[in-house]
Structure formats: C-alpha cells, structure tokens
Design a protein around this ligand. Structure first.
Ligand code: B12
Ligand code: SF4
Length: 462
C-alpha cells in the first residue's frame, strides 16, 4: 500500500468544489487499497502558498505525489514540483495539459507524465513504482526513458469507482462557509464528444462517445442523496444529448427512482445536438438548466470553427428549452482570428435577439488558444504565442470572487483579462466590440442571476 498525495496547483480562478477528475483518480486509488489525501490549492476558501503546500506534504509524507495540470496552472505546477522534490520519491503529472504536452512535465523535473484518463493507469503506475523495479511500459505513460502515447479511452465507465468515495480525502472547510458541509463536484454520465471544434481542448475524454448505464448513474445519484443529502446534480458531460436513446433511458430511470423525485440536475451540450422535442422529458426528469455551446452568431465563423450548427437551430433549441421551463445558459465566444467587426456584430445581434430566452450567458469568453487545438496549431507561430502558458505573467491569478464584495465581482466580470493578452493582435475596432460584448453579457447576467439560482432548486413539473 502506498501513501499518495494528489495536488491541484493554484489556478487563475478558484474552484467552488473539488475537481471531479481528481476525485475520480483518488477514488480509483482508494479502491486499490492505497492511502490517499488531496490538496486543492485552487479551492475557494483555502489560502495556502507553495511553502504551506510543502509543509502539508511533509506532514503526510507521501510515497507518490500526483499533480493535476490544466494549461492555466502548468507553470505554477512545475514551480511547485521543484519545491516538493525533496518530499516525495516520485512525482506524477496528469490532466488536460499533460495529455497534449506529455513531454513538458518531464522537462520540468516531473518523473512520470500521463496522457488521457487516469483511473486505470495511475493505480498501475503507483503499483509499479512501489514494486522497486523499473516502471513497465504502460499505455498513456511517458517517462524520461520512454515516450508514451495517449491512454485508450476507458470503455467500461460503469466499472469505475464513484468520485464520492473520495470526498473524505478533502477538507470541507476549503469549500464551505460553515467548514463542515461537503460540496459535491458533480458527476459524468457520459464522456467524449463526437464533434471537433477548432478551439476545444477536450483531449482527455476525446471524440469517442461513451456512456454509463442509466442504472449506474441513478445508483450514484441515490448514493449522493443518501450519504450526503445531495439533491442537485451538475452533469459535467461534454455532450449530454449526443445520443438520444441513452439520454431518454437515463431520464426515464431518474423519473422511476423514488428517492430522486425532487432532484434537479443541469447539463452541457452543443446547440445542434438538442432535439427540441426531448426537452420536455428532460425537464420532467429534473433537468432545470441546459448549458448550450453556441459560440458565434456568424455563419462563416461557425463554419471556420467547425461548430457544425446554424444560428436558427440554436435559436430553436434555446426557445424550446425555455418553453419547457428550463433555465438556459448560452456560451458565446469572442475573438476568433478570422473574426472582423461585421461577424462580431452578428454575434452581438444574436445575443440581443436571444436575450428574452437566455437566463445566463457564459461570463467573458475571449478565445484562449489552448495547446492541442487546431487554432493553436494554425496560429501560434504566426502570432508569436508559442508556449504562452510557460510565462506565468500570461496566466495571472485573479481575485477570489468567493471572498470579494458583490460589486467588485461584477466589476471583474465586465472585463476579460484574456483581451489584454492580445493573442491575436486585434484591431482597435475588434477590441472595442469584444470589450462591449463582454460587458453586455455581464450586465445581462447581473439582472438574471438571482432567478437562475432560484430555478436550480425548483422541483420538476408533475
Ligand atoms: C467540469 C469542467 C469544469 C468545472 C469543474 C467542476 C468540478 N468540480 O469538477 C469548472 C466549471 C469549475 C471548470 C472550470 C474551468 N475549465 Co473546465 N472543464 C470541465 C469539463 C467540462 C469536464 C471535466 C471533467 O470532469 N472531465 C472528466 C474527467 C474524467 O476528465 P479530467 O477532468 O480531465 O480528469 C481525468 C484526467 O485528466 C486524468 N487526471 C486528472 N488529474 C490527474 C492527475 C494525475 C496525477 C494523473 C495521472 C491523471 C490525472 O484522470 C482523470 C480521470 O480520468 C472539461 C472538459 C472535459 N471533457 O474534460 C473542461 C476542461 C477541463 N476545462 C477547461 C478549462 C479551460 C477551464 C477553465 C480555464 C475555463 C475558464 N476560462 O474559466 C476553468 C479553469 C478553472 C479555473 N478555475 O481557472 C479545459 C482545459 C483545457 C486545458 N488544456 O487546460 C477543458 C478540457 C474544456 C475544453 N474543452 O477545452 N471546468
Ligand atoms: S461540441 Fe463542445 S465538447 Fe464537443 S468539440 Fe465542440 S466545444 Fe468541444
């Protein structure tokens, strides 16, 4: 048995709940009998600098440390790993960033880098390291001696340990005001998305759409309800409605479960993957909000970013969700390199046009060129932003909204720090329109936020 410390290095923005991907690997390690502790340096109510993190690690004395790296916290993760070096025998990195840049953590002193889903491979790595023999070649694993490929997408999602088994690895006071309440991190009912938008960095879950049985999802929801009193469930799937039969089967199974009678849930899906006639069934099963990926109101931009949808489809889906009694959340992005003032104006027009049916727009939304995306590959040399994430100044830490006064939070949401990064050297006209769009969304949201939060707890219609 090994002692494993899983660390989320500080992100630019704080997390209001433990990160689901980290809980998933913690649960997998626990199921294998290892002793696991998690340290979430991005948690909304934890103020711990790197020195404090090292002290925390020393107190636990782990055999293995595992860092979860997004692109936005990779540089901070590497700096932290240097300080943690004397504490752990082995440091492993995984997450969205090592999945597309597996060699980078190794070049920054980390021993093992993992590309792809971690539930099967991390326990195997820990076993291998603890055996005292050289690490065998494992799918998805790179070491300084052996460059690996990406781990294969996990086919049997029902066979994975539930993230809730890892709740005990976190200190509830990092997230909850009373210091005791466990704040759940949501769940995934499916993984993967068949689309390939040019800005999207979902390489961990990938394109292969896989889903859990309805019985497995309902059993996890029931356990969350019975053990932690949870009655609201954010589903973090990439594309909840990608496959109608499975989505309908899940809705029916939730409806049939007595303990979930007043449960509510939310989901994310691209605008073109929603069939308006399915929304009523989803609402009856407790779906209170759909988060639609729409991105642009300009047909040419939608084509260039391979979004595969038209503004009229999106309008129909959003209106149908509203008519079904759901809260609608709409994602709009600004600043694609091909975007000029006219196409931006069309996006602004769509936002205004949809406003009566949209409860909430994603805040900000200026395009970040994440590595691995088509946009990054196509433009990094041209615009000179190769490897931008390694410069910590380009991923500044933001004030913690959980501890700021409300008017300060609103002021922060009305500007997008990514615009100052000027990845794509916007013209003044484009920059002004983007700034106006960000401001417009923040003000729309300010007017609707209370209504949105209230709707999350409204029970399903009879
Ligand atoms: C849910 C979600 C969130 C939630 C998280 C809520 C929660 N409590 O978990 C919230 C809304 C907070 C969030 C925020 C953000 N998110 Co987000 N998010 C997602 C989403 C949709 C699902 C994450 C998930 O649960 N995936 C399922 C699990 C199975 O995958 P996973 O999380 O990657 O974890 C697996 C592996 O990475 C690996 N792993 C993870 N850690 C480790 C550690 C070790 C040691 C090992 C070996 C393996 C390993 O094993 C895990 C289990 O298989 C993903 C898209 C996606 N498909 O992943 C985007 C995604 C992760 N998010 C992304 C981004 C960019 C963000 C934001 C920066 C957006 C923003 N501008 O605000 C912020 C960043 C956070 C911040 N505070 O600064 C990007 C990351 C890209 C990148 N290269 O970094 C993704 C991929 C979206 C995308 N399509 O581009 N996000
Ligand atoms: S539809 Fe969403 S999850 Fe799928 S590729 Fe596009 S942005 Fe990514």
């Amino acid at each position: 048995m090994a002692r494993v410390l899983l660390i989320m290095p500080r992100l630019p923005q704080r997390l209001g709940a433990p990160y689901l991907g980290q809980q998933a690997i913690a649960a997998a390690l626990l199921a294998r009998g290892h002793e696991v502790r998690c340290l979430d340096l991005a948690a909304s109510r934890l103020e711990l600098d790197d020195r404090g993190a090292v002290a925390f690690a020393e107190a636990f004395a782990p055999d293995v440390m595992g860092l979860t790296l997004f692109t936005n916290n990779a540089a901070r993760g590497y700096a932290l790993a240097r300080q943690l070096r004397p504490v752990a025998r082995w440091i492993v990195a995984g997450g969205p960033h090592p999945t597309v840049c597996p060699g980078e953590p190794l070049a920054h002193g980390i021993d093992v880098s993992v590309a792809g889903e971690g539930e099967l491979v991390l326990p195997a790595i820990v076993d291998g390291l603890m055996s005292g023999r050289p690490l065998p070649s494992l799918p998805g694993v790179s070491t300084r001696d052996d460059a690996g490929t990406c781990a294969e997408a996990i086919a049997d999602l029902d066979g994975l340990a539930w993230p809730l088994h890892a709740y005990g690895c976190y200190d509830p006071s990092w997230y909850s005001a009373d210091g005791r309440t466990v704040v759940p991190g949501g769940l995934c009912t499916s993984r993967g998305c068949p689309a390939r938008c040019t800005f999207c960095a979902n390489y961990v879950t990938g394109r292969a759409y896989r889903f859990r049985s309805a019985a497995s999802v309902v059993a996890e929801m029931r356990a969350l309800h019975d053990q932690y009193g949870v009655m609201h469930f954010p589903f973090w799937d990439d594309a909840f409605t990608a496959l109608r039969p499975r989505q309908n089967a899940l809705c029916d199974a939730i409806l049939a479960e007595p303990s979930l009678k007043n449960a509510t849930w939310t989901c994310i899906t691209p605008g073109n993957m929603v069939k308006p006639f399915d929304l009523e069934r989803m609402r009856k099963a407790g779906c209170v909000a759909v988060n639609f990926g729409i991105e642009s109101g300009d047909l040419d931009i939608l084509r260039v970013i391979q979004k595969g949808q038209r503004p009229e489809h999106v309008r129909a889906a959003v209106q149908a969700a509203k008519q079904a009694g759901m809260t609608t959340v709409v994602n709009i992005m600004f600043g694609f390199p091909e975007e000029g003032p006219d196409s931006l104006q069309r996006t602004m027009d769509l936002m205004a046009d949809l406003a009566p049916w949209v409860d909430y727009y994603n805040n900000r939304g200026v395009l970040v060129p994440f590595p691995g995306t088509t946009i990054y590959d196509r433009w990094h040399a041209h615009y000179g932003f190769t490897g931008w994430w390694l410069d910590v100044a380009r991923v500044p830490e933001e004030p913690n909204p959980f501890t700021q006064p409300q008017d300060e939070v609103q002021r922060l949401l009305e500007i997008d720090p990514t615009l100052d990064q000027d990845f794509f050297r916007y013209s003044d006209a484009v920059r002004d329109l983007i700034a106006a769009g960000v401001r417009w969304k923040a003000r729309h949201n300010q007017a609707t936020i209370a209504r949105m939060i209230a709707s999350y707890t409204s029970p399903a219609p009879p």
